[in-house]
Design a protein around this ligand. Structure first.
Ligand code: SF4
Ligand code: MG
Length: 336
């Protein structure tokens, strides 16, 4: 009688938080909000048990754009304002990859704003986390596109002469289908937003309010926490930041949601996204599950897209020679 040999399936190791951390030297200033965002990303990846070799983080240039160096997954530190085309290109080449893009408000909404708008239009399945502190921290605190008109931070010689962009409204107008705002010192809440952004099928934009204690002395941790406005009765600080969840706000649009209902939710989105000053809402502003992704639209045109995406195709033979056949192309150019 033959013995039946059974091979045990390889045991899947549970990844720990330490597995997502690197020992790369971090030179962010003490107290920088970037630390809270970095922790939220690492915690979200760990809780989702995302495999490092199937995950990629991209960034542009800026303090926050150093993030890929500190997360132990595939990391790509690209050019100023150009992280989105890199990230989207990688996702389209390999749709199995979990793709996250990180960067600052100067990088993403200044030089990179054209890519921001076009990323929203496509609705590729990826997550963009924008560290928003109102200044260009890496280059000594110049006013960024999100610093409000008339604000004079300690790094500016005169009050800001430009109006600010509202990134939530811009994300809505561009077509992002998941739009949220977090706060860098509410790490657990931000971690949940990041997890939901990653789970969302489509382009997710997460704006994170992030104090820059070195150059922005107005939007500080104390300011967000309402330390300058005490409750007249209790004498306690009245925090500016509050959560949308639990306040009757429902951001979900799904298949079958009526046009009237969508309009009502968009109106509420606009109202909430313009709330600023004494009250700053954080949470999910929009979660549109009904929109088709760019990948699905490609799939309708190219049926083999998911089974044979560009990233899986052989591009060279065993000798390293390209296997692209351009003969038909050259034949067309031939002059007889
Ligand atoms: Fe953070 Fe500002 Fe320092 Fe940059 S300059 S690391 S944003 S505190
Ligand atoms: Mg900035």
């Amino acid at each position: 009688m033959e013995l039946e040999v059974k091979t045990a399936a390889p045991k899947k190791t549970t990844l720990k938080l330490a597995d997502y951390k690197t020992d790369f030297h971090n030179d962010w200033c003490p107290g920088c909000g970037d630390f809270g965002i970095l922790s939220s990303i690492q915690m979200a990846l760990m809780e989702m048990q995302l495999e490092p070799h199937r995950t990629a983080i991209f960034s542009g240039i800026g303090c926050s754009s150093k993030t890929p160096h500190f997360v132990k997954v595939n990391g790509i530190h690209t050019l100023h304002g150009r992280s989105l085309p890199f990230a989207i290109g990688a996702k389209l080449a390999n749709p199995e990859l979990t793709v996250i893009c990180t960067g600052g408000d100067g990088d993403g909404l200044g030089i990179g704003v054209g890519h921001f708008v076009n990323a929203g239009r496509r609705n590729v399945d990826f997550t963009y986390i924008l560290y928003n502190n109102g200044v260009y921290g890496l280059t000594k605190g110049q006013a960024s596109p999100t610093l409000r008109l008339g604000m004079k931070t300690k790094s500016l010689p005169a009050p800001n002469i430009n109006e600010a962009i509202n990134p939530l409204l811009l994300a809505l107008a561009s077509g992002f289908t998941f739009i949220a705002r977090g706060y860098s010192y509410d790490v657990k809440h931000l971690k949940e937003l990041i997890k939901q952004g990653i789970q969302h099928k489509g382009s997710a934009y997460i704006d994170v309010q992030q104090p820059c204690p070195t150059y922005n002395d107005i939007n500080t941790k104390d300011w967000y926490g309402g330390e300058d406005k005490k409750d007249p009765v209790t004498g306690k600080a009245m925090p500016r930041v509050y959560r949308l969840e639990g306040n009757g706000f429902d951001p979900l649009i799904k298949e079958g949601t009526s046009d009237e209902e969508i309009q009502r939710k968009i109106n509420l989105f606009i109202e909430k996204s313009m709330e600023w000053g004494d009250k700053i809402p954080i949470g999910i502003f929009l979660n549109n599950e009904a929109a088709s992704t760019y990948e699905m639209r490609i799939h309708h045109r190219i049926k083999t897209y998911f089974t044979s995406p560009p990233g899986r195709r052989r591009i060279a033979d065993a000798h390293g020679q390209s296997n692209a056949d351009l003969s038909a192309f050259f034949a067309e150019l031939q002059v007889t």
